[in-house]
Design a protein around this ligand. Structure first.
Ligand SMILES: C[S@@+](CC[C@H](N)C(=O)[O-])C[C@H]1O[C@@H](n2cnc3c(N)ncnc32)[C@H](O)[C@@H]1O
Length: 282
């Protein structure tokens, strides 16, 4: 019964809310579904803060954040830039909102010639991701504690060759919240400024998928390899994230697409292999 409540909650509130709710008293869940959104907000905020409090109690996390060599420190970033950080000319793939990091770690294990950066804004979650990267046999995988809102302060055009957004928070409801979706036009403009040639997107949330299609279309992005049920699509090299595993296990179809900005919107571009600095258009 609890699983049904949480599935419904996830559809109406953010995934984060529902995750928090799982750790709260069960009787909150049905009320969150039937109450008006104002009450749901208060309820969900209470739930989230309780969840964050619990997360902060992870005693190992500060040590991990301070000492794990895979976690990029600000000073290094500013001094060297990300291309130099990895000390090779392999392309950099970035995942925003990596959660506990299974996707990034497994991707890195399977692709030693790619430099991966897994980014997450919640310190304890990032610490957990960095902790398990070694166990999963990751190669060139680094972690960055950062909110996507400040992406432009940390990356330069041409740094990132591919962007992954996996199961980002859907932020349903009010228009104001839509701006927080990582596929909102506000973010697409940032990705264009960073000259990112391709974005791979997965979600289990149909309204978010539809919203994202509109958003890409409004910025003239090209869409390809669309799947409305990824796990039935025959795609063999799909790497499952933690959320994907959980929600596909509950019977939800997974939506996926690849998107690319038009060249006219990118600052620089070259469509060949990564050779270092971006090449200005002629
Ligand atoms: C729903 S979880 C999905 C985690 C993982 N990608 C997966 O599929 O299992 C979304 C994650 O994105 C992180 N996140 C949300 N907004 C973010 C932002 N603006 N910048 C960085 N991380 C963000 C959250 O802290 C959370 O860990």
């Amino acid at each position: 019964m609890a699983d049904v409540y949480y599935s419904v909650l996830r559809k109406y509130l953010t995934a984060e809310y529902a995750e928090g709710a799982k750790h709260c008293k069960l009787y909150f869940a049905p009320f969150a579904v039937i109450l008006p959104s104002f009450f749901c907000d208060i309820l969900a905020l209470t739930i989230i803060s309780e969840e964050k409090m619990r997360a902060r109690k992870k005693k190992w996390a500060p040590g991990e954040l301070a000492n794990n060599p895979r976690i990029i420190r600000d000073a290094e970033v500013h001094a060297k830039g990300f291309k130099k950080y990895f000390d090779n000319t392999n392309p950099i793939y970035l995942e925003i909102g990596c959660g506990k990091g299974r996707f990034a770690a497994e991707s890195s294990r399977q692709n030693p010639n790619i430099n991966y950066i897994a980014m997450e804004r919640e310190p304890v979650i990032l610490a957990a991701a960095a902790r398990q990267a070694e166990e999963r046999g990751a190669h060139a995988l680094a972690f960055l504690l950062l909110d996507a809102d400040v992406l432009l302060d940390y990356f330069r055009p041409g740094d990132i060759r591919r962007l992954y957004i996996n199961f980002c928070d859907p932020w349903p409801g009010k228009k104001k919240r839509a701006k927080r979706r990582l596929t909102h036009e506000k973010y697409l403009i940032m990705y264009e400024k960073l000259d990112i040639p391709e974005l791979h997107f997965k979600t289990d949330n149909r309204p978010l998928f539809e919203f994202s299609l509109e958003s890409f279309s409004a910025r003239d992005w090209r869409i390809k390899n669309v799947s409305l049920d990824l796990h039935q699509s025959g795609m063999e090299d799909n790497i499952k994230t933690e959320y994907e595993e959980k929600f596909s296990g509950q019977g939800f179809p997974i939506y996926r697409l690849e998107a690319a900005p038009p060249k006219s919107k990118r600052v620089f571009y070259d469509d060949g292999l990564d050779t270092g600095d971006p090449i200005p258009p002629t």
